[in-house]
Design a protein. Structure first.
Length: 252
């Protein structure tokens, strides 16, 4: 299950994924039940690193003025409403997040100079059931695949290594979330893929945030595998940093 939350805003910062990570956490903490989810998902200390795969992914979608962005690369000037998509395999988490989103006490939500007003609409969306071993996916947020050294891998240029790492990430994700990994190795066929370079800020524990540049891909592709695995990948996303606004998919 997923939610589509629409906002009316004039501009969005370049590092908008970080702003929406903060929004998700703030909405989650708005209710006692959500606060418990927040602690389980995000709390860490010297004894607990909390690196287990998160059971959700999200994407932020909008149309912006490209000319304005070329003049001022710190902000996107929007030409459409902004849509925030959130998907999870945990229905209790979805309910807690929804209850936080409709709580007017968290608005206006601010992260630096960026402000979100109360949503224009909140729409629940059912996932499309996958019953076949072949499905056409489209990315809602860019997919990040890297090797063990952090080198980015793209489908067209490094197919064997890319496929190996894609299967590694999918297996680890499913094992961490549902308790068992892939039932069948995934195959991947690009259909209409483009490279996408993304700037994103990361903070490790108490360290100061650092801005990194990630080389990802977006577009349409065919994935083959076990239908149960493909259903869970539809819900949870694929690749690295899914809980930070990467790797969300939809069935075409």
């Amino acid at each position: 299950m997923r939610l589509q939350i629409q906002f009316k805003v004039e501009r969005v910062p370049l590092l908008y994924r970080n702003a929406f990570m903060s929004f998700f956490k703030e909405a989650l903490r708005a209710t006692p039940s959500g606060e418990q989810h927040f602690v389980r998902l995000f709390h860490f200390d010297r004894q607990r690193s909390n690196k287990m795969p998160k059971p959700f992914c999200f994407a932020v979608r909008f149309i912006h003025d490209r000319e304005s962005f070329r003049e001022n690369g710190d902000w996107f000037i929007l030409k459409s409403p902004l849509a925030f998509y959130f998907s999870t395999s945990d229905m209790e988490l979805l309910i807690d997040f929804y209850n936080g989103v409709i709580d007017r006490s968290i608005y206006p939500f601010s992260k630096g100079d960026f402000t979100l007003p109360y949503p224009m609409s909140i729409i629940p969306i059912k996932d499309r059931p996958i019953t076949q071993e072949t499905v056409l996916f489209q990315t809602l947020s860019p997919v990040l695949i890297e090797d063990s050294t952090g080198k980015p891998l793209l489908p067209a240029s490094q197919s064997q290594q890319f496929l190996k790492e894609l299967n590694y990430y999918a297996d680890a994700l499913l094992k961490g979330v549902r308790g068992e990994g892939l039932q069948k190795e995934l195959d991947f066929q690009p259909v209409n893929i483009r490279k996408e370079v993304v700037k994103h800020a990361i903070r490790e524990r108490e360290e100061t945030s650092r801005v990194y540049t990630f080389t990802c891909f977006s577009g349409r592709f065919i994935m083959q595998g076990d239908p149960g695995d493909l259903n869970d990948i539809q819900v949870l996303g694929i690749g690295r940093r899914r809980s930070q606004g990467f790797g969300m998919l939809e069935v075409v």
